[in-house]
Design a protein around this ligand. Structure first.
Ligand code: FAD
Ligand code: DHB
Length: 390
């Protein structure tokens, strides 16, 4: 098989890239190692920046998001029993975020690819990129025991943190930057009404907690947990008790609990691999970087990579001009590092760090007090949360 852009990974990055390229008449094939049901069963991010929402609309996949998603003009931070609203719209000149699950974004993208006759090969095993420096790259894979070879002009590595693309860049070329946090997030999805109309990020002596949602009858909650915690040790009752203990008393009293329909633990990590290009291979999304989820930036950062990468491919194929391809890594990394900084800062602000000294704890408290009392501080938070410009 032959195509123009071979895309490894059928998560949001790979599917969005394929969809945007298709609309510009550029061919691509997506190779995904898991089944479609598996990919669509993963519960992940829930907050879309305006930039991502606009990209989905212009890629023709924004209709259901606009019907079923919810625009949020603010969120709360709770600390020492007090809740304070971060007025995103007021502080950013009218910007907001869209609450719409990553699972739904992925489903909309799969449906659009199917309707347009896009090729997405699922259950592709042993996917391997080759000949990255030679100008004639190709990808080999197996499907149902049969070996295949996909020839292409370029390969987009959109296969997430554990994928094969980043590993195909020689170690001597790769520079990796990493910070692993000493805790994880235990997340629960439940068919209960959200405790509040907007998200609440909670700092408490027992650790961080987040109250989020998918819609009026579907809630998503997270509590900070030990890094080696086993999800089996968390009954629903234990989860709800722990969550309540971390919320302001009045908020806890309003919480409606119910059986969980999904429960999982995610580790927290900051990670960047540089450069994002090696010959004819380009990394995008989690394949090249990971942020801790506190700033809701993972999916949004994947989208800004795809914005830069799709523009670069479009310039190459319509103008025979490689300038943007040559600049891709540098351009994307500038925005990535700003989101790294913000996600690290919000994580540091709101979590309980087991190794923290009394001094560190006082600094954290001062930082929260500053935020509660300074509009300038809240403005900086809001500007980053709604998303820096592309
Ligand atoms: P992925 O979504 O990881 O997609 C990569 C795809 O490539 C997958 O479908 C995978 O099966 C496939 N693949 C992997 N290896 C291969 C291979 N060798 N061959 C072919 N295909 C392959 N972000 C937030 O903002 N908020 C959150 O609450 C949040 N929670 C998260 C929870 C978890 C457990 C994880 C892992 C991530 C979470 N994120 C969150 C981050 C966000 O979901 C990611 O940033 C986003 O999914 C990135 O999209 P992607 O397409 O780049 O990568
Ligand atoms: C959600 C996840 C996040 O990491 C976040 O910062 C906000 C919301 C969510 O899953 O709803």
């Amino acid at each position: 098989m032959k195509t123009q852009v071979g895309i490894i990974g059928g998560g949001p990055s790979g599917l969005l890239l394929s969809q945007i390229l298709h609309l510009k008449g550029i061919q691509s094939v997506v190779l995904e190692q898991k089944s479609r049901d598996y990919v669509l069963g993963r519960i992940r991010a829930g907050v879309l920046e305006q930039g991502l929402a606009d990209m989905l609309r212009s890629a023709g996949v924004g209709d259901r998001m606009d019907r079923e998603g919810h625009l949020h003009g603010g969120f709360d931070i709770a600390h020492e029993g007090q809740r304070m609203r971060i007025d995103l719209s007021g502080l950013t000149g009218g910007k907001s975020v869209m609450v719409y699950g990553q699972t739904e974004v992925t489903l909309d993208l799969y449906n659009a690819r199917d309707e347009m006759g896009g090729i997405v090969v699922d259950n592709a095993q042993n996917v391997m990129p080759h000949n990255l420096k030679a100008g004639t790259p190709y990808v080999t894979y197996e499907k149902e025991g049969v070996s295949h070879r996909l020839e292409c002009d370029f390969i987009a590595g959109c296969d997430g943190f554990h994928g094969v693309s980043r590993q195909s860049i020689p170690e001597t070329v790769r520079q990796e930057y990493e910070k692993v946090y000493p805790f994880g997030w235990l997340g629960v999805l439940s068919e209960t009404p959200p405790v509040s109309d907007e998200l609440i990020y909670n700092h408490s002596d027992r650790g961080f907690a987040l109250c989020s949602m998918r819609n009026k009858s579907l809630s998503r909650y997270y509590v900070q947990c030990d890094i080696d915690e086993d999800v089996e040790n968390w009954s629903d009752d234990r989860f709800w008790e722990e969550l309540k203990s971390r919320l302001p008393t009045e908020t806890a009293a309003q919480l409606i609990t119910g059986p969980s329909i999904e429960k999982s633990i995610a580790p927290l990590r900051s990670f960047v691999s540089e450069p994002l290009r090696y010959g004819r291979l380009f990394l995008a999304g989690d394949a090249g970087h990971i942020v801790p989820p506190t700033g809701a930036k993972g999916l949004n950062l994947a989208a800004s990579d795809i914005y830069y990468l799709s523009e670069a491919f479009i310039q190459y194929y319509t103008e025979q001009n490689e300038t943007r391809l040559n600049e891709y890594s540098q351009t994307a990394l500038k925005r990535i590092w700003k989101a790294m900084r913000f996600s690290w800062w919000m994580t540091t602000l709101l979590h309980r760090f087991p190794e923290n000294s009394d001094f560190d704890a006082r600094i954290q408290k001062a930082e929260l007090d500053y935020l509660f009392n300074s509009e300038v501080a809240r403005k900086a938070l809001a500007e980053n949360y709604v998303g820096l410009p592309y």
